[in-house]
Structures are given as structure tokens and as C-alpha cells.
Design a protein around this ligand. Structure first.
Ligand code: BES
Ligand code: MN
Ligand code: ZN
Length: 508
């Protein structure tokens, strides 16, 4: 998709669709009034006919002709000027771009809006418009064949123009570029997660990480530990999960150093990258296994966030860890009842081979700590149980540090990703105790599977280092469209990880 900026009178812009923000109760002024007059009162008449009041999320498609060069105009309601927020603007832009997409419009022009009297800046408006246009227009990297069963490819939105009557400043230009970089990263994460397990094998995942590093212009270095190297250091958590597969398994370390040099603060991003989770000998039923190619969504989100962080050249050091593995059944697979000495030295009894994610996370977190990160955020499709808490609306957030948790939750709110900070009840910690090892990899009868899983992971993060665990099993993929997300993989957490890094970059 192309992004361009144009400085021109609004009436003169020749475009397939002019996207215009409309404020509630302001139909007598500004661009709205301008278009109404130019159309001989048609716009207003249509508003009355369609009961368009410019409420948030409302849209109206018009064909203004006459003095207006645009072929169509899409008005999108953003509510009352005094009550505008970026969240409302996002929702409004989603509605506008979804309408443009439904109309199969291949080129649109977003008209700059006068935002005086609101809490939203022109830069924020531009960034959101760029992000939303790309996120809404995402289409799965499918391999449907044109013509079969009547299938035709949907025309892509090829060009988005940003129109201002004034000179478009560097701040707005930068914001458009930022919006685009972040959205492309989200779409990359969606692609990775949508890929079949037969294509995105652990080896292919490694190739992706190498490519992200190679394309970073030297800002990201990539180190990959082979099964043999993992054996040497004793990363038995990763090894036990991965060894049942014919595919090899790995631990990837990506190190991002800003162009301005390394920083004292080093964020550690850890992503679960189980490329297929059959459950192992505690085999999943067919329904539960169907989407387990997506069990690498956390790792995909971390990889994609690293790509965006490098493209934005954020002045903060970030190290990322992903252990791509397949959890399979074979004569070499780990078994229920097996005993594992994790990389940290903690011993774990395998209560259930389907609780594999936490075994890989434990080793990755130990490795990250040894590498000197100063904070850790892990992202994982860790438990089916988290869906019982929030359906597909929000991810679960667990932490050993309330201040850090608040920072991440707020970053999520700014980018439109919802997290619920869940209490790690101390009374649930000991459900991970085992008979013959320090820990077992299930929470037994506690009945709060997401929380006991978080407690398990916390044993490896410790209490000193600020740590957050994001259980995204509820939101990494959905069976319905949801806001800016399509059905299927969502790329959830990419925007939050980038926003959080940006915030730590500011505080330096
Ligand atoms: N990958 C699954 C969790 C999951 C379930 C993700 C549904 C996305 C959608 C994870 O490895 C798993 O199987 N967890 C088990 C743990 C249990 C055996 C203690 C679960 O949640 O049932
Ligand atoms: Mn599992
Ligand atoms: Zn899993």
C-alpha cells in the first residue's frame, strides 16, 4: 500500500473516496458545511434521511459531484468535539475504512480535521489513520485459487492519501510513517500466526528471525542455539517439549541496540513459539488441536515488535527470546511423569505434556535473566483457562510488580489492546508443588489454570526483576471480527510491546 501526503483545497482533490471526520452537533461548520453547500444541500438532506448524527462509529457514504472533485465522500462520526479520545477516533476510523473496503475502493484520501478543542493532536490523528487503514485492510495470506467456487481476489486498498489544506509538517509525516511501520508489524505477526504448521516449522521460524535481523540495517543481531547447544547449557525445558518432533528445535536471541548506543535499561521480550501443539502424549481432542498452528502467536508478536522497534530506531535496548518447537507424539517424546531439570536448576515433574508452553517460557526467562535484561515481558498463548475469564475481549496480565503492570496496561489502552490485570493470589502458589520435584507443570485442582500457570512462570522470573506475563490465548486469534482485527490471527500484543518500548525510550 502506498502512503502519500497532499496539500490541496479539499474541493479540488480528485480521489475515489474522501474520508471526512464529522463532529456531533457541528454540521453547520467546517468541511461538512463546505461540502453541503457545494452539493446544493444534498449532504444535509442525506444526514436527515439516514439519521446520521456523527455519533462515534456512524458512517455515511455520499456522492457529492458538482464543485467537488472527489467521486465519493465518506463521513465518519467521531462524537462530540469536547469528548474526543484516541480510542473513539480509532473506532470511528475502523468504521470508515471498513466501509471503504466493503465498497471495494482502491484509493482513499483522509482529510485532515481541525482538532482544536480536542485532546487529540494532528500527529495522533495521522498515525491512527495510517495504522487503521493497514490493519483493517489485512487479508490472510491464503492460497485460494481465483475462479474456483466463484472466488475472486478482493481488490486491495492500494493507496491512502493524507490531505491537508496547509503544508503537511514533519511531525505529521513522521506519525504517518510510524503508524505504517507498526501496522505492518502487526500484519506480519498475523501472517506468521496464520501460516500452517507444515510451513512455519521451527526451522522456518528461525529463518524469519534471521531475516528480521538481516533487514534491520545492523541494529538487530540474531543468535540461534541448536538442539546440541541447548543440551550443552542444559535447557531441558525447551528440549523436552521439542524432542518428540522430527523437526529440530531452537532458542533464538535477538538483540536490538539503538543507533545511539546501548541503554542501561534493557527490556527483555519473551514469546512462546510452539509452532504446533498437539498436546503430546496428553493429546488434545480434535477441536482443541485444530488451531494449534497458532500456538506460536506470542513468539510471532515478539518477533514482529522487534522489527517495528528497529524500523522506528527507538532509543532503548531490547533483547528478545523465542524458542520455536513442536509439541508432538513419538518414541522420542517426553512422557507424563517425566522429571526435568530446567535451565535454572529447578526440577519439574511433567504432570501433563500439554502444559508445554510454561516449560519453554521457564528456560527462556532464565536465559534472558542471564543475558542481563532489566525487565521481562513474556507473551504466550498459555492457557485455555484465560478464555473463561475474559472471553475473547481481553488478554490476562500477571505480574510481580504493580507499577510495571500499570505501565503496560496503559500502553495497551493507548494502542487499543485490552489487558486485565489479574491478582496472583498467594494462596494459589503452592498448587504447583510436586511430590518428587520442586514443581509440577500443572496447577492441579486449583481451578484457576491461568493463574497457576502464571505462578509457575514466576518461579523462573523471580521477585526482584520486574516481570509481566501476558496470557494471550483468549485474543491471539478469534472466530469473529473484532474492532480492527479480522477473524483468525490478530497480531495481539505487537502494538503494546512497541508502545512500551517507546515509553521506556522516552524516560531514558
Ligand atoms: N496452547 C495451549 C493453550 C491454548 C488453548 C491456547 C486454547 C490457545 C487456545 C497450552 O499449551 C495448553 O495446552 N494448556 C493447557 C494446560 C493444562 C494441560 C494444564 C490448557 O490450557 O488446557
Ligand atoms: Mn499445550
Ligand atoms: Zn501450547
Amino acid at each position: 500500500m502506498k502512503f502519500n501526503t497532499t496539500q490541496r483545497g479539499f474541493a479540488k482533490i480528485d480521489t475515489n473516496a474522501l474520508l471526512i471526520a464529522a463532529f456531533e452537533g457541528e454540521t453547520e461548520s467546517g468541511l461538512f458545511n463546505h461540502l453541503n453547500t457545494a452539493s446544493g444541500g444534498n449532504v444535509k438532506a442525506q444526514c436527515e434521511l439516514e439519521k446520521f448524527t456523527a455519533a462515534v462509529g456512524q458512517t455515511m457514504l455520499t456522492y457529492p459531484f458538482g464543485a467537488i472533485a472527489a467521486k465519493r465522500a465518506i463521513f465518519f462520526g467521531v462524537g462530540k468535539r469536547s469528548e474526543l479520545t484516541t480510542a473513539k477516533l480509532r473506532k470511528a476510523l475502523v468504521a470508515a475504512f471498513k466501509l471503504a473496503r466493503a465498497q471495494k475502493i482502491n484509493e482513499v484520501t483522509v482529510a485532515e480535521t481541525t482538532l482544536s478543542g480536542t485532546k487529540v493532536s494532528a500527529a495522533q490523528f495521522a498515525e491512527l489513520a495510517a495504522t487503521v487503514s493497514l490493519l483493517v485492510d489485512y487479508e490472510v495470506n491464503h492460497n485460494k485459487t481465483v475462479g474456483v467456487l466463484g472466488y475472486t481476489a478482493r481488490p486491495e486498498l492500494e493507496e491512502v492519501r493524507y490531505l491537508s489544506e496547509h503544508k503537511v509538517g514533519t511531525k505529521v509525516r513522521k506519525s504517518l510513517a510510524k503508524g505504517r511501520i507498526v501496522a505492518q508489524a502487526v500484519n506480519y505477526a498475523r501472517d506468521l500466526s496464520n501460516l500452517p504448521a507444515g510451513e512455519l516449522t521451527p526451522t522456518a521460524f528461525v529463518e524469519e528471525a534471521k531475516r528480521v535481523a538481516a533487514e534491520s540495517g545492523g541494529l538487530i543481531t540474531c543468535k540461534v542455539l541448536s538442539p546440541q547447544e541447548l543440551a550443552v547449557i542444559g535447557a531441558q525445558g525447551i528440549i523436552n517439549v521439542g524432542k518428540g518432533s522430527d523437526e529440530p528445535y531452537y532458542l533464538i536471541e535477538l538483540v536490538y541496540t539503538p543507533p545511539t548506543g546501548a541503554t542501561q535499561e534493557v527490556l527483555g521480550y519473551v514469546g512462546k513459539a510452539v509452532c504446533f501443539d498437539s498436546g503430546g502424549y496428553d493429546l488434545k481432542p480434535a477441536d482443541g488441536m485444530r488451531h494449534m498452528k497458532r500456538d506460536m502467536s506470542g513468539g510471532g508478536a515478539v518477533l514482529s515488535a522487534m522489527q517495528a522497534i528497529a524500523n522506528l530506531q527507538l532509543p532503548i535496548s531490547v533483547k528478545a527470546y523465542m524458542a520455536p518447537v513442536e509439541n508432538m507424539v513419538s518414541g522420542r517424546a517426553f512422557k507424563p511423569g517425566d522429571r526435568i531439570r530446567m535451565l535454572s536448576g529447578i526440577t519439574v515433574e511433567v504432570d501433563n505434556t500439554d502444559a508445554e508452553g510454561r516449560l519453554t517460557l521457564g528456560d527462556m526467562i532464565t536465559y534472558a535473566r542471564n543475558a542481563g535484561v532489566t525487565r521481562i515481558v513474556d507473551v504466550a498463548t498459555l492457557t485455555g483457562a484465560i478464555r473463561q475469564v475474559n472471553s475473547d475481549v481481553a488478554a490476562g496480565l500477571f505480574s510481580n510488580n504493580d507499577a510495571f503492570a500499570r505501565q503496560l496496561k496503559a500502553a495497551g489502552e493507548r494502542v487499543g489492546e485490552q489487558y486485565e490485570h489479574l491478582t496472583m493470589w498467594p494462596e494459589l502458589r503452592d498448587f504447583n508443588k510436586a511430590e518428587m520435584s520442586d514443581l509440577k507443570n500443572t496447577g492441579g485442582p486449583a481451578g484457576a489454570g491461568a493463574t497457576t500457570a502464571a505462578w509457575f512462570v514466576r518461579q523462573f522470573a523471580g521477585e526482584e526483576l520486574p516481570w509481566i506475563h501476558l496470557d494471550i490465548a483468549s485474543v491471539a486469534f478469534r472466530d469473529r471480527e473484532f474492532g480492527v482485527d479480522p477473524k483468525g490471527s490478530t497480531g495481539f500484543s505487537v502494538q503494546t510491546l512497541v508502545e512500551l518500548a517507546a515509553e521506556f525510550a522516552k524516560k531514558r
